[in-house]
Design a protein around this ligand. Structure first.
Ligand SMILES: Nc1nc2c(ncn2[C@@H]2O[C@H](COP(=O)(O)OP(=O)(O)OP(=O)(O)O)[C@@H](O)[C@H]2O)c(=O)[nH]1
Length: 154
């Protein structure tokens, strides 16, 4: 993917969503820099399961940026009454856990590119921040300079 003048290659693992495969999924997400936790917008129980994975990731992978992804948005375009997971409730939850929220459709492609673009952009920002702090020893107690700010806020 292109981020500015850089090319970022994402390695993507699609893990099983069921808690039954919890131990196996952990093998996949160990060391991951980003996790897209999906739930079905037409199924409230799937959002409850998504929260389980968020907890897992937050407990075990501190450095992993979480993206919440409501799927099958095309079904809502057809009939809004099919929505079972409220956008604002999830947005509040996302704000709480410092995650970003996307509503996508694999069928129409809605917001899929945007989601992966954001993952790549955030990765580049965080990597730039790490290089800067490691190489130049930024004092986090100092007032942020513009470069520092642009690296950390999106
Ligand atoms: N309308 C619609 N159906 C979808 C969409 N994405 C997936 N589906 C359907 O939902 C069902 C499950 O899709 P999967 O992609 O297998 O779901 P999954 O979460 O990967 O399932 P696991 O691998 O078991 O965790 C299939 O019947 C898909 O056709 C979508 O964006 N829109």
């Amino acid at each position: 993917m292109s981020v500015g003048d850089r090319t970022v290659t994402l390695g993507i693992w699609d893990t099983a969503g069921s808690e039954r495969y919890e131990a196996m999924s952990r093998i996949y997400y160990r060391g991951a820099k980003a996790a897209i936790v999906c739930y079905d917008l037409t199924d409230s129980s799937s959002f409850e399961r998504a929260k389980f994975w968020v907890k897992e990731l937050r407990n075990l992978e501190e450095g992993c940026q979480i993206y919440l992804c409501g799927t099958k948005s095309d079904l809502l375009e057809e009939d809004r009454r099919r929505r079972r997971v409220d956008f604002h409730d999830v947005q509040d939850y996302a704000d709480n856990i410092k995650a970003q929220l996307f509503e996508t459709s694999s069928k129409t492609g809605q917001s899929v590119d945007e989601l992966f673009q954001k993952v790549a952009e955030d990765y580049v920002s965080v990597a730039a921040f790490q290089v800067m702090t490691e190489d130049k020893g930024v004092d986090l107690g100092q007032k942020a300079n513009p470069y520092f700010y642009s690296c950390c806020h999106h």
